[in-house]
Design a protein around this ligand. Structure first.
Ligand code: HEC
Ligand code: HEC
Length: 452
């Protein structure tokens, strides 16, 4: 790869610009009685500027079905801007392939808010310059005690845990490298080879743009041509404000420009309360110390033990298991069985614009997701199915050998069968009300504004 993530990240730093009047105090986050933010912050938002010529080319490619083997599917078919770059439909998995009749076994994550995602790493060092020996790091990390995650506390750095990367299993490091995968995946855009994609591009209406931007030789160098096309798509994802608008009510609230309703305010407190939701322990909701807005993920991997999804075609085979970090897509960490069942913590921004949740799409409402968090440890019989003889199949989407990897230390998963559930039905409604404040495109109404 000629230009990797390092180049893209430099672009990000440039796009962010510098900030003169920034002041952020490290204090707990919580609304006052009237729903306003007692400690408004100045967020360092990405600068809005016209797209570069390369990003404009990437934008055209992103929406062009010509890039698929079927000629009927673009990146936007599975990652739609109208849905926060989530899928534009309620299907568990998206159809793809030459005839749009094949499916994979993971729902597409949102493509928004990936602009600060670091390369995949294990442990504190996520430098893009050294190629780390992941297996050696993983073996070393095996004996490290795992820090418990508590909302409202600064994560115990440097934690020896898998973090960063793209896809549910972190197997791609840069947006450029990533774009190759759907292009050539037989159940997604289903192109036969890089050469086939290059041939299409060389004879497309983009030929002139490629020559102008990358020189005349480009059309005769298939690998380089596709590399630049993928680089262009990556630039579009980084430069275009629609991928990181930060226009939610919560962003306005953080900056002192909105008031939360009583339900939203209660939801935020429960989201942050280590004895209740503890959601913020993994879905970070505070600006960073240097004022970057929160992305609602710590970009770490966890095995939550979500139930098996019988609706997935792949699951008709009882021996099939999607183990995330340790396979089957990802091959390099297959020997690190302590990571089997772990998936990337997704952002919760625009989460209510998704139709299905978790890496296997097992749930189709946020209420079901919250019931899972609330009941998994205290009333597993309400979450998992039983076999023919009536045995409860706890953690039924993981082979028995890997069930010890499931998180039982972080609240709300640290309770025992029969303990009281941490959340009431009202608490769950309030947390969901709060999650709605993470939708982009919020417009201030006079009565939402403090003193308004
Ligand atoms: C048929 C549906 C489909 C199409 C078309 C598609 N994708 Fe995806 N995309 C997915 C799925 C499914 C995943 C998650 C796969 C996984 O985790 O293994 C994904 C993941 C991604 C991710 C990682 C997101 C994250 O949060 O880690 C990026 C970036 C991405 N796609 C970009 C693209 C680009 C660029 C294109 C066009 C070249 C594209 N996709 C076309 C289905 C699709
Ligand atoms: C210990 C870390 C951790 C805690 C605590 C946690 N989450 Fe998550 N969350 C994750 C991980 C990891 C996933 C993805 C798991 C998977 O798909 O297997 C996830 C997925 C989700 C999803 C699905 C998003 C999508 O795109 O499919 C939602 C919604 C969610 N969490 C909300 C919450 C809420 C609300 C709370 C508090 C009640 C919470 N989480 C607490 C780690 C955590």
């Amino acid at each position: 790869m000629r230009r990797g993530l390092a180049g893209l990240l430099l672009g990000v730093a440039g796009a962010l610009g510098c900030l003169a009047s920034y002041a952020f105090v490290d204090h707990a986050i919580g609304p006052t009685g009237d729903g306003s933010n007692p400690h408004p912050v100045h967020l360092r938002l990405p600068k809005t500027q016209p797209l570069s010529a390369v990003a404009l080319l990437g934008k055209a490619l992103f929406f062009d079905p010509m890039l698929s083997g079927s000629g009927r599917q673009s990146c936007a078919s599975c990652h739609s801007p109208a849905y926060g770059y989530n899928p534009p439909n309620a299907l568990t998995v998206q159809p793809g392939g030459m005839h749009l009749r094949q499916v994979g076994y993971r729902p597409p994550p949102s493509l928004a808010y990936l602009y600060r995602q670091r390369p995949f790493s294990i442990g504190p060092d996520s430098s893009a310059d050294v190629v780390p020996n992941l297996n050696a790091l993983a073996a070393a990390a095996r004996n490290e005690p795992r820090a418990r995650k508590l909302a409202g506390t600064t994560p115990a750095a440097p934690a020896m845990v898998p973090q960063g990367g793209l896809f549910w299993d972190g197997r791609a490091d840069s947006l450029q490298r990533q774009a190759y995968l759907p292009l050539l995946n037989p159940v997604e855009m289903a192109n036969r080879s890089t050469a086939a994609v290059a041939a299409k591009l060389a004879h497309s209406r983009y030929r002139g743009s490629f020559v102008r931007l990358f020189g005349t030789g480009i059309v005769n160098d298939p690998q380089q041509l596709v590399d630049e096309a993928m680089f262009a798509i990556g630039r579009f994802e980084i430069e275009d404000p629609s991928f990181h608008p930060f226009s939610s009510k919560y962003d306005a609230w953080l900056q002192g420009q909105a008031r939360l309703t009583p339900a939203e305010a209660r939801g935020l407190r429960l989201f942050n309360d280590p004895a209740k939701g503890n959601c913020a322990a993994c879905h970070l909701d505070r600006p960073t110390r240097d004022g970057l807005p929160p992305l609602f993920t710590d970009t770490q991997y966890e095995a939550l033990g979500v139930p098996r999804n019988p609706a997935l075609a792949a699951n008709r085979d009882p021996r099939f298991h999607d183990l995330g970090l340790c396979g089957p897509f990802r091959k390099d960490l297959a020997a690190q069985t302590q990571y089997c069942g772990m998936f990337l913590t997704p952002t919760l921004r625009n989460v209510d614009r998704r139709a299905v949740f978790f890496h296997n799409g097992v749930y189709d409402s946020l209420t079901q997701v919250l019931d899972f968090y609330n009941l998994r440890s205290v009333a597993p019989e309400k979450i998992y199915p039983r076999d023919a003889r009536g045995h409860l199949l706890v953690y039924d989407d993981l082979p028995a050998a890997y069930r010890a990897n499931v998180d039982t230390t972080d609240a709300p998963f640290n309770r025992h069968v029969g303990d009281p559930a941490p959340l009431t039905a009202q608490d769950i409604r309030d947390i969901i009300a709060f999650l709605h404040t993470l939708d982009d495109g919020w417009r201030a109404h006079a009565n939402d504004r403090p003193n308004g």
